[in-house]
Design a protein around this ligand. Structure first.
Ligand SMILES: [Mg+2]
Length: 313
């Protein structure tokens, strides 16, 4: 093992106003294999230490020096940081404990405690906290996904567009946006029913996705039969290439559409715009792509229209 190897031990902050107790705990933690990244005896010291030392877990005495309240300190810390806090208390007063567990539900220890209990309580707190975090992540992923197509939903689109817009400004790189609409989709639903309509949306989504493989490219379901494609580090000629590929990919599905006056199969129309044209806001980019899509619809569908810069002022 080289000396430069990163210390992977979990970091624990001890907040305890009785210095002998704090020292005892510190020795025990080190023996178990944790790193003690700080010892504090006041609420304000604890808050500062979290910022500075970024612990993985805090052992928080409920009654602190200067009459400080460990539960309040925990509440304040958890406003800005997401980590498990295990409370330490000298007496198991039920009301205080339930107030503490409301703030951080990762357990408590009644002093004095055995090393074995210290270890088990910390292990449980760490694993429960990481399970909670994973669950939360899964939930937020669900909130950003369109259940029918598995693509990002409108909210995902909005968040990504803002993030990529800021990134493209920072990196002085162009980005492009393609708006896509399935041609005569209402007629498709009317002819084949909504179940087939859903299958069609799913198949089109897959086809669009297959054309956007670069990291940073994102296809979202904008709503109804409309999709939006965000292309990072892409100018208008790049968007042109991708847009044409999208149209080809959907045609290649060969989904029969007898209700279409454009083609005997399902087709899409698309409009593309790029920031390389000097577009000044993300809303304007969206508007330009949308107007280009409108023109594609007007001029016969099953085609891509590029926004041009002549309309800019
Ligand atoms: Mg105390």
């Amino acid at each position: 093992m080289s000396s430069s190897q990163k210390d992977t031990r979990l970091k624990i902050l001890i907040v305890e106003d009785e210095s002998i107790t704090a020292l005892d705990i510190s020795v025990e933690l080190t023996q178990i294999g944790y790193e003690v990244c700080g010892m504090e005896d006041t609420a304000s010291g604890a808050i500062a230490a979290v910022l500075e030392n970024k612990p993985d877990l805090i052992l928080m005495d409920i009654r602190l020096g200067d009459g400080g309240d460990g539960v309040e300190a925990a509440k304040q810390i958890l406003r800005d940081h997401d980590l498990p806090i295990v409370f330490l208390t000298a007496h198991s007063d039920g009301q205080t404990l339930s107030r503490a567990l409301d703030v951080s539900p990762y357990g408590y220890l009644v002093k004095p405690f055995r090393t074995q209990d210290l270890r088990v309580t910390i292990e449980l707190a760490i694993s429960k906290h990481s399970a909670d975090k994973a669950k939360e992540q899964e939930k937020s992923q669900e909130a950003l996904t369109d259940p029918l197509t598995g693509l990002g939903n409108r909210r995902c689109f909005d968040e990504t567009l803002t993030r990529e817009w800021l990134r493209s400004e920072r990196e002085i790189q162009p980005m492009a946006l393609i708006m896509v609409d399935i041609d005569h989709f209402k007629a498709f639903n009317d002819t084949y029913g909504h179940a087939r309509g859903d299958e069609c949306l799913h198949a089109v989504a897959e086809a669009l996705k297959s054309c956007c493989n670069r990291p940073g490219d994102l296809v979202c379901r904008w709503g109804g039969e409309e999709f939006a494609v965000i292309l990072t580090r892409t100018d208008l000629s790049g968007a042109n290439k991708v847009g044409l590929a999208l149209i080809e990919a959907v045609e290649a599905l060969g989904i029969t559409h007898s209700g279409s006056s454009t083609a005997p199969h399902v087709t899409i129309s698309a409009g593309a715009a790029s920031t390389a044209m000097g577009v000044e806001s993300q809303n304007l980019l969206l508007k330009q792509a949308d107007e280009a899509l409108y023109k594609a619809k007007k001029s016969g569908r099953n085609r891509l229209i590029l926004a041009d810069s002549t309309g800019l002022d």
